[in-house]
Design a protein around this ligand. Structure first.
Ligand SMILES: *Cc1c(COP(=O)(O)O)cnc(C)c1O
Length: 361
């Protein structure tokens, strides 16, 4: 079977060149005479590769030396617990901004460990907009403010960075990480599960400002403890070696393709084409997110006649356009168009959508 255009939200499509490199190196990697999965994470070849991956990530994002870069296990959701355990310190509470399913889950988990002040919750409007900060109920003494820069399920993305003064800004960037340049210096902590935009499931990057590292609760398990992880190069226990290696290949791919500025331009073009197709369909397809907050990564849409959903999914699948079904929480369709989704994939999807509309109007 030929490779299809895979619009899965995560684990998601990876760059073909990266997969081909893995294929070439799968039996014998880096002069070790073994696969990367079969060598010690504490041996020189692996340590060198891991350090290079970190350096490439630092170069891509312009991360300065006062930030630690961690590669951890447990997925992005483990960070929902690690963040309060590490950052709450002596503060009475932390602020949380809820703009979709993922930031809502982060609140539920944080409540086990600290008092949460929900500074904004857009659930009553169906998670379709991001009100300006003037409407948020923030606390100047909060330990930190947590938000999600791209809600993968609803397709809602911040196109601006909250400005909350001295309160450390904490961001779940899982689904738009490295899709555009980011001014890391505005953040106290950034985290992202790899399986959306930078690699396979099983590894999560955490970028944390050093001065936030000395407040960890004694209750925090060692694997959750940022300070301990930073002190041991993320190697408190055996690391997900293969995942780390693939992330390193993706970072090289990003560098070879012009870095995050170039990615952003391509991503703007890809998303604009797809939203244009939806907006110019005379209501056959609709996206309900306010225009300024539409995600460049996860394009959600519904068919006006939902009885056509089954045909849409079956026929698109047959046309080699896979995993377009929306998340079960919201229904409809979702095209996840991360960095690795080519423009050819977008063009093929648009051609299919137009044709499907003509045949069913
Ligand atoms: C996928 C996703 C998560 C959850 O990631 P896991 O690795 O499954 O824990 C959290 N936040 C966002 C924004 C996501 O897209």
């Amino acid at each position: 079977m030929a490779r299809v255009f895979n619009f899965s939200a995560g684990p998601a499509t990876l760059p073909l060149e990266v997969l081909q490199t893995i294929q070439e190196e799968i039996l014998e990697w880096g002069g070790t005479g073994a696969s990367v999965m079969e060598v010690s994470h504490r041996g020189k070849p692996f340590m060198a590769m891991a350090a290079q991956a970190e350096q490439d990530a630092r170069d891509l994002l312009g991360i300065s030396d006062n930030y630690k870069v961690l590669f951890l296990q447990g997925g992005a959701q483990m960070q929902f617990s690690s963040i309060p355990l590490n950052l709450i310190g002596d503060a009475d509470s932390a602020d949380y901004v809820t703009t979709g399913s993922w930031s809502k889950k982060a609140v539920a988990e944080a409540k086990r460990f600290c008092t949460v002040n929900v500074a904004l919750d857009t659930e009553s409007s169906g998670y379709t907009k991001i009100p300006p900060q003037a409407e948020w109920n923030t606390n100047p003494n909060a330990a930190y403010l947590h938000y999600c820069s791209n809600e993968t399920i609803g397709g809602v993305e911040f196109n601006w960075v909250p400005d909350i003064g001295d309160v450390p800004l904490v961001c779940d960037m899982s689904s738009n990480f490295m899709s555009r340049p980011v001014d890391v210096s505005k953040y106290g902590l950034i985290y992202a599960g790899a399986q959306k935009n930078i690699g396979p499931a099983g590894i999560t990057m955490v970028i944390v400002r050093e001065d936030l590292l000395r407040k960890t609760s004694d209750l925090a398990p060692s694997l959750f403890n940022y300070e301990k992880q930073a002190a041991s190069d993320s190697m408190v226990n055996t690391v997900p070696t293969f995942c780390w290696y693939v992330c390193g290949l993706v970072f090289k791919w990003l560098k070879n393709n012009g870095g995050l500025e170039a990615m952003e331009q391509i991503n703007i073009r890809k998303a604009a084409k797809l939203y244009d197709c939806i907006d110019n369909s005379n209501g056959f397809y609709t996206n309900s997110v306010e225009v300024a907050s539409r995600s460049r990564m996860n394009v959600t849409f519904i068919l006006d006649d939902s009885s056509l959903d089954i045909d849409f999914l079956a026929e698109s699948h047959d046309a080699g356009l896979h995993s377009l079904k929306g998340h079960r929480a919201v229904g409809g369709m979702r095209a996840s168009i991360y960095n690795a989704m080519s423009e050819a994939g977008i063009d093929a999807l648009i051609a299919f959508m137009r044709d499907f509309q003509v045949r069913n109007s």
